[in-house]
Write a protein that binds this ligand. Structure first.
Ligand SMILES: Cc1cc2nc3c(=O)[nH]c(=O)nc-3n(C[C@H](O)[C@H](O)[C@H](O)COP(=O)(O)OP(=O)(O)OC[C@H]3O[C@@H](n4cnc5c(N)ncnc54)[C@H](O)[C@@H]3O)c2cc1C
Length: 326
């Protein structure tokens, strides 16, 4: 039976900027990587129309096109991209051990190295009007999309550290930022709260929730509701930022790998090494701090180099190649 199980030198789970960058480096190093794309081929950037901050695109580029180009670049060097979802893993504790992988609940694989690039999913409120206007003014990333609302009035939802940081980021760019906090206080640290309350163009509303996002094709306004009094109020805005958290896509790795208390995979020092030999993590799945395409790509590169070095150490590839620069 085990004779029929496919053995992969470098398995990449996830097809966002981290996965594809790992694939480019791993294929150029002749690690013959196989990638499983998951449910969202191309990752989070396929949900956005404009990416203006990825180096190398002076005019900007739309997310889906950028991800198709990354796929083509990875395939050019021999990456095998497969549609499929990794549904279970059994990682070895041994150096040089073989990791067992299940795809789509049926196909069994073995891998010498695994690069986890399964990303994180932004949480949304779940309102129909919010979902309809995603990409039309509703965004889960202020650093990515705030610039498009320069000099305009926007709103942000959330009361944690990320929301506070994004609110002050937006306040530097936008005319006015209305901040909706569901409770009667913010969860953010005292220092972050102070930054918010001392920023003049942030209008902080406690006990306030989104009742409806207004607009047909693009955001034109917001109806807010005070959850104590029931009072509703409508404001004119062009952008709504949802900053209520992200969920790392790590459910299948539970009990297999060390994570922090919010489910992000822990990596060692400046490397992408996890606690399991031969298993590496890159991109948003191990980074709740920066969450950008370029940082995901950077750690994807690191993961492929770490995998290459690991394979050289265990004697599975002859020596660390100079593929990086060739
Ligand atoms: C609306 C929006 C706009 C954004 N705009 C920008 C921007 O302009 N600039 C910027 O730098 N960043 C932007 N970002 C952030 C950026 O998209 C992320 O930082 C980046 O995509 C993270 O890359 P990643 O490769 O780590 O993961 P992701 O892009 O999240 O990709 C994860 C991949 O893993 C796959 N996957 C998950 N589970 C499994 C599984 N079990 N098996 C197989 N595959 C699996 C998914 O299908 C997906 O392909 C934006 C994000 C959003 C949501």
């Amino acid at each position: 039976m085990s004779d029929t199980v496919e053995r992969i030198k470098c398995l990449i789970i996830g097809s966002g900027p981290a996965g594809y960058t790992a694939a480019i480096y791993a294929s150029r190093a002749d690690l013959k990587p196989v990638m499983y794309t998951g449910m969202e081929p191309g990752g989070q950037l396929t949900t956005t129309t404009e990416v203006d901050n990825f180096p190398g695109y002076p005019e900007g580029i739309d997310g889906p096109t950028m991800m198709v180009q990354l796929q083509q670049q990875a395939e050019r060097f021999g990456t095998e991209v497969r549609i499929g979802m990794v549904t279970a893993v059994e990682f070895s504790d041994e150096v040089g051990g073989i990791h067992k992988i299940t795809v789509d609940n049926s196909t069994q694989l073995e891998a010498e190295t695994v690069i986890i690039s399964t990303g994180a999913t932004a949480k949304y409120l779940g309102l129909p009007s919010e979902q309809r206007l995603r990409g039309g003014g509703v965004s889960a990333c202020a650093v990515c999309d705030g610039f498009f609302y320069k000099g305009q009035d926007v709103a942000i939802v959330g009361g944690g550290d990320t929301a506070a940081e994004e609110a002050t980021y937006l306040a530097n760019i936008c005319k006015k930022v209305t901040m909706l906090v569901r409770r009667d206080e913010m969860r953010a640290s005292k220092a972050m709260q102070h930054r918010v309350t001392s920023t003049k163009n942030i209008d902080l509303r406690y006990n306030t929730e989104v009742d409806e996002v207004l607009g047909d094709m693009v955001v034109e306004g917001l109806r807010m509701k005070n959850n104590q009094t029931g009072e509703k109020e409508t404001i004119d805005i062009t952008g709504l930022f949802i900053a209520i958290g992200h969920k790392p896509n790590t459910d299948i790795f539970k009990d297999q790998i060390t994570m922090d208390d919010t489910g992000y995979i822990k990596t060692e020092g400046k490397s992408t090494k996890t606690n399991k030999p031969g298993v590496f993590a890159s991109g948003d799945v191990q980074d709740k701090e920066y969450r950008q395409a370029v940082t995901a790509a950077g750690t994807g590169c690191m993961a492929a180099l770490d995998a290459e070095r690991y394979l050289a150490e265990i004697g599975s590839v002859e020596e660390v190649t100079t593929s990086t620069y060739n």
